[in-house]
Design a protein around this ligand. Sequence first.
Ligand code: UD1
Length: 347
Amino acid sequence: MKRILVTGGNGFIGSHTSIVLLQKDYEVVIVDSFINSSRNFYERIKILAKRIDSNLLRRIIFFEGDIRDKNLLEGIFRKSANEGKRIVGVIHFAGLKAVAESLKEPSKYWDFNFIGTFRLIEVMEKYDCRTLIFSSSATVYGCSKDFLISENAAVNPINPYGHTKAAIENFLKNIYDSKSDKWRIACLRYFNPIGAHSTGLIGDNPNGIPNNIFPFINQVAIGKIERLEIFGNDWDTSDGTCIRDYIHVMDLAEGHILSLEFLLENECRFINLNLGTGIGTSVLELVNIFQEENKVKVPFNYADRRVGDIARIVADNGFAYSLLNWKPTKTINEMCKDGWRWQQVKG
Ligand code: UD1
């Protein structure tokens, strides 16, 4: 049974990926500082694991702490090695992800995201663990005008958060190039992850007022927030609202497992991979589908464009399909349904 370290495994994508890893017979070591999640949420992961199969619980190990703490990371790798269960790969989610905050506090983003990854690589090298899946983002493409964005599109981020992701990708490429017979690295560029686990036990759990549209819609629907502001209805799109490529978090989780298995089973390489559906949905369409699918009201009004937004960003996901045979399976309706189930359970 292979042991995998999941940094930020208590977050939105990390928690769903950890559950799928457990189901696929991996042992999962989660390290999380709770900066963007909670202890209570970790209890939910355990409840879900137990509900799937009580044996899964024995295969999750949790460490509370920050990955910039080299002693903590070393302790995790050392403990596993001493137990004769070496960590064979890392899926690295830990980091900050709010664009607006990154504009106000860029240093904080470089510290948490870049320095955190830097420490992780140092410790991975020391413990001879050289398989890494990095949680990147389509944000690295900035303002690409391509109808479908492929991995070859220019990397040109437009905010500090995006710059940290792009810089980490570059750093990881340097690391790979320095020992290309040793490292296996995949940078997964997510488009817009939404939805939740179909049980409603885990989902996106942002602290405070959400930045992203989907948790915002959910909180309006449940009455926590009065109304949604749609940022602009004068964009150059069919209904004037922005188009995004929303992807179900479980499809995304599956993409991580397939990437990990591909890296573990093949010769060393470095890859950048888009994880999106290739289907564009406008903000207005998303709101309408959410309302119809869940039979709830989401009051909204149009507001000014948000600084830094772009009209349309949709993935060309052909590379992930050809390399991994990965194809997202869940529709936007399922994303809305699963997300709303989670919101109702969570309250
Ligand atoms: C954002 C980040 C991106 C990050 C991604 C995934 C920005 C500029 N980009 O992408 O770096 O990788 O989340 O977490 O923040 N919208 C509204 N009203 C709202 C909130 C959003 O109309 O209250 C609209 C936005 O204008 C956008 C769409 O909904 O057109 C999606 O927004 P959001 O969920 O914030 O994601 P992105 O901006 O695509």
